[in-house]
Design a protein around this ligand. Structure first.
Ligand code: HEM
Ligand code: HEM
Length: 482
């Protein structure tokens, strides 16, 4: 480790740690201006804090996720992107500490979790710099083998943790979710977040994972049902303290857990046909539908709350119903529309997007949020439209990230469907310089398959990727085991 870069890295690491430590102690959140029984003072958020919010949302919500995809695909833009993100994050950190204006209770969850996230980021940068050193021989080679998975796991956890930190920021800024509200907030944010996460996973599978699911030799409903069953099991035993009296919504939450594991088991069973081949089924879609109906049935006092809950329920029910239609009628029980797994029908986006929308609506429907809207001049319809807009933004960004991954990870498969009906291969797959092997195929061997009309531009190349063209047994039930 006599390397100057390594020594420099270590030195800056310690400098940063000590600076951060000092900063964390350096200022004191006096609760003096916070009225008795309140969680925030009456002043508005000051400009410094607003800039903090925007900069950190941009760094952690936009730059780092893009950088993560660039890291996974080993792009040479990974390091510059993450360096930019880290610089912005550092600025955001200072601004977060430097704000005046509204005051917040000390040791709020946002400032506590910020320390963890900040330390992880510093660790991530240090590990990254070490990897960047490319010391691959001797002891360093062994250390590198340990460090790589760490950098990889923390890197992929970052977007999730940042998501949590942004939510913590929102509730801290408004003084929400404290004291007796903690439980309800947790329920709404975890459940809502889970719907969005399911939407993100379905987006990834639809865009780049169809072949991957086929290769697992199981139908997608097997995995979905297994998760549903496991989650149901947990809820059956945790939503009510068994042996004590049944209070409030215990019955609803517990019976919801019960139907989840019952249905989940049925879904796992139905995910094979009589010959043991993978088979699609309606169960996960149906569970979503019933959940939407049940969750929106809690009686609400406020008008806007009733409206938000009912729209949430309808959205989730529509997600479940459209998922069933997609599987049974659009895909006709196949895993993919095409054997190449590179295509989709526009209908397939509907259940996926509705999951994002349902997630945002549910996350935005806690008592305190509903009170805030009711007291403002905004009406329920506008609030719901805002939630749908947020859902569209996150949906768009997820699509963009998956597309970026696809272009960088599978550059040689790039094809383009020109709207004049002729499918033509385009050689400009990925931006120059980003291809792992700079070799561009002329793509002569491509053949188009236009019968299906729109969305059927599956140009399958005779490229050296036989696996992509391997016909799957999915949906051809009798071919499997005879
Ligand atoms: C600014 C400092 C950083 C540097 C110098 C750096 C450097 C690197 C290097 C050299 C690799 C390639 C490792 C290899 O393949 O052997 C890599 C991979 C990766 N980095 Fe970073 N990185 C930095 C920050 C980050 C941050 C902040 C994140 C997350 C938000 C991140 C996420 C990743 C991921 C997900 C991979 C892919 C690992 C894998 O699965 O193979 N990096 N990084
Ligand atoms: C993931 C991105 C973010 C990170 C890493 C982050 C980090 C931080 C840090 C380090 C502080 C100083 C904490 C302290 O005073 O001890 C802070 C303060 C604060 N941040 Fe963030 N922040 C992020 C996003 C947000 C967002 C999106 C919001 C609001 C919507 C927000 C609202 C606040 C508020 C209200 C404070 C003042 C808390 C206090 O004075 O106790 N932050 N943030």
């Amino acid at each position: 480790m006599g390397d100057p870069l390594a020594r420099g890295t270590l030195l800056s690491f310690f400098l940063l740690i000590t600076t951060l430590g000092k900063m964390a102690d350096g200022h004191d959140h006096g609760d003096s201006h916070i009225p008795e029984g309140q969680t925030v003072s009456l002043e508005p958020l000051d400009t410094t804090l607003w800039i903090h919010i925007f900069i950190n949302m941009f760094a952690y919500g936009v730059i780092f996720p893009i950088g993560m995809v660039l890291g996974i695909t080993k792009s040479r833009w990974h390091v510059p992107t993450q360096v930019l993100g880290s610089a912005l994050a550092l600025l955001g950190f200072f601004l977060g500490h430097a704000h005046g204006g509204r005051e917040f209770v000390s040791h709020n969850i946002h400032s506590v979790f910020a320390n963890i996230l900040q330390l992880l980021l510093i660790g991530q940068v240090v590990l990254g710099l070490y990897l960047k050193g490319h010391w691959e021989k001797g002891v360093n080679g062994k250390i590198r083998k340990l460090i790589r998975p760490c950098h990889s796991i923390i890197g992929k956890a970052m977007p999730l943790l940042s998501w949590a930190q942004m939510i913590f920021g929102g509730i801290t800024a408004l003084g929400f979710c404290q004291g007796e509200h903690v439980g309800q907030c947790a329920a709404h944010f975890i459940m809502g977040g889970a719907f969005i996460a399911y939407g993100v996973i379905l987006t990834i599978i639809l865009l780049v994972g169809q072949i991957w699911i086929q290769r697992t030799g199981r139908s997608q409903e097997f995995f979905d049902s297994a998760v549903i069953a496991a989650w149901g099991c947990v809820n059956t035993f945790t939503e009510h303290r068994w042996g004590t009296a049944w209070v409030k919504n215990d019955w609803q939450h517990t019976t919801m857990g019960i139907i989840w594991w019952c249905a989940g088991l049925a879904g796992m069973w139905l995910s094979r046909d009589r010959d043991g081949n993978p088979k699609r089924n309606f169960i996960p879609g149906f569970v979503i539908l019933v959940t939407g109906w049940a969750m929106s049935a809690h009686p609400q006092e406020l008008m806007v709350s009733a409206m938000t809950h009912s729209t949430f329920g309808k959205t989730l029910m529509a997600a479940g119903l459209s998922r069933i239609i997609e599987i049974a009628f659009v895909l006709k029980d196949k895993q993919s529309l095409s054997e190449s797994g590179r295509s989709w029908n526009s209908f397939q986006y509907i259940p996926v997007f509705l999951l994002y929308a349902a997630g945002f609506l549910f996350m935005g429907a806690t008592e305190e949020q509903m009170n805030l809207v009711a007291q403002s001049s905004m009406d329920g319809v506008s609030y719901i439209l805002i939630m749908y807009s947020l859902a569209f933004l996150v949906f768009l960004f997820t699509n963009m990230l998956v597309h970026l991954y696809d272009r960088l990870a599978n550059p040689d498969l790039n094809t383009k469907d020109l709207s004049n009906g002729h499918s033509r291969a385009s050689g400009h797959a990925a931006e120059e310089g980003q291809l792992r092997d700079a070799e561009q195929f002329e793509l002569d061997g491509l053949m188009s398959d236009d019968e299906g009309g729109e969305g059927q531009a599956m140009l399958r190349g005779s490229l050296d990727r036989p696996s992509i063209d391997t016909p799957s047994t999915l949906g051809k039930n009798n071919h499997g085991r005879v």
